[in-house]
Design a protein around this ligand. Structure first.
Ligand SMILES: NC(=O)c1ccc[n+]([C@@H]2O[C@H](COP(=O)([O-])OP(=O)(O)OC[C@H]3O[C@@H](n4cnc5c(N)ncnc54)[C@H](OP(=O)(O)O)[C@@H]3O)[C@@H](O)[C@H]2O)c1
Length: 289
């Protein structure tokens, strides 16, 4: 898998503290992707792990989120793992159209640009009790509805800004990280399922509309991934209850690096990989059922 001479823009790069260690069902090893800043260990999120995998495949990576300090830690981590890596970053709020326009204008145009959209709410974008976004319908605050839907809004706005550049390229690739939650509904997931369903349908319509411009969109649907958002006890208890609805007593998470590897395949394949469904081994593999 080769991404040399490509610049991969990854929106939604971050890290979280290690609050709990989950184990892979097969290897018994921890299922997170560790990022070290000195002796402090963090969990990579999907964007950070994807950046590392893209850099391994030879790409120049451009990392985006709102928090420069975290982006600097991820940049240092990638450069330590791959000394020849070229890592750029911009601290930008994707909800701010002015900042988005500036980012789109400032991105260097010496290489073809591909885009991985991995922005999410797991980094505390909206304050919910006990950091638990999996709420019964009666408990959902309006701010959570707004925040969940803002990811779709940001995705459309930024794609609109990038399309003129993409149309000039020989080909372009876009991976939109939606979720298995788009097709695998569960009690306490109503707003999350609805928001992920919306972005997944957007990705599907976009791939049909843009295919003729050689802009190849992939919808990436991971199940639960060990990025730190499940570490608190309240979230673990909630997810355990959801597991029981699928007749599982517990949950096993996929490592973010596995999602990153699937994304590298979608970005570099000689085919257009339209969608990817993936769950951690031993997690409920229910695709819409
Ligand atoms: N983790 C999972 O189990 C899982 C499973 C399936 C799908 N997904 C989806 O995959 C995507 C990534 O999930 P994740 O768990 O890796 O990451 P995450 O922690 O939910 O968030 C990704 C990043 O988005 C950034 N962000 C949020 N709002 C932003 C904004 N307005 N502008 C710029 N950056 C913003 C945050 O950084 P800052 O706060 O520093 O800006 C954060 O690092 C999400 O869409 C998520 O729903 C996750």
């Amino acid at each position: 898998m080769n991404l040399q001479s490509k610049r991969i823009l990854i929106t939604g790069v971050g890290i979280k503290p290690v609050g709990h260690v989950f184990k892979d069902i097969t290897t018994g090893e921890s299922s997170h992707t560790p990022v070290f800043d000195g002796t402090t260990e963090y969990k990579a999120n999907i964007g950070a792990a994807t950046a590392l995998e893209c850099a391994k495949a030879g790409a120049v990576v451009h990392l985006v989120s709102r928090t420069a300090d975290k982006l600097q830690i991820v940049k240092n981590w990638i450069e330590k793992e791959i000394p020849e890596a070229r890592v750029e970053f911009s601290a930008v709020d994707l909800s701010d159209t002015k900042q988005l326009k500036k980012l789109a204008e400032d991105l260097p145009d010496d290489l073809p640009l591909y885009w991985v959209q991995s922005v999410g709410l797991g980094a505390g974008t909206v304050k919910v009790k006990d950091d638990n976004p999996y709420l019964l319908i009666d408990e959902i605050p309006h701010e959570l509805v707004e925040a969940e839907l803002s990811v779709l809004t940001n995705t459309i706005t930024f794609l609109q800004l990038l399309l003129p550049r993409f149309r000039k390229q020989k080909e372009s690739r876009v991976c939109i990280i939606s979720s298995m939650s788009a097709v695998r509904s569960f009690a306490s997931g109503s707003i999350h399922n609805a928001a992920k369903g919306a972005i997944s349908r957007f990705a599907n319509a976009a791939m049909i509309e843009l295919d003729r411009d050689k802009i190849f969109v992939s919808d990436v649907r991971p199940g639960g991934v060990d990025t730190g958002m499940y570490d608190s006890k309240v979230v673990q208890d909630t997810v355990r209850r959801i597991s029981q609805n699928f007749n599982y007593s517990d949950i096993h998470y996929a490592p973010p690096s596995a999602v990153g590897q699937a994304i590298v395949l979608a970005l570099s394949s000689d085919a257009h990989i339209t969608s990817v469904n993936m769950v951690g081994r031993g997690q409920w593999p229910h695709e819409g059922s």
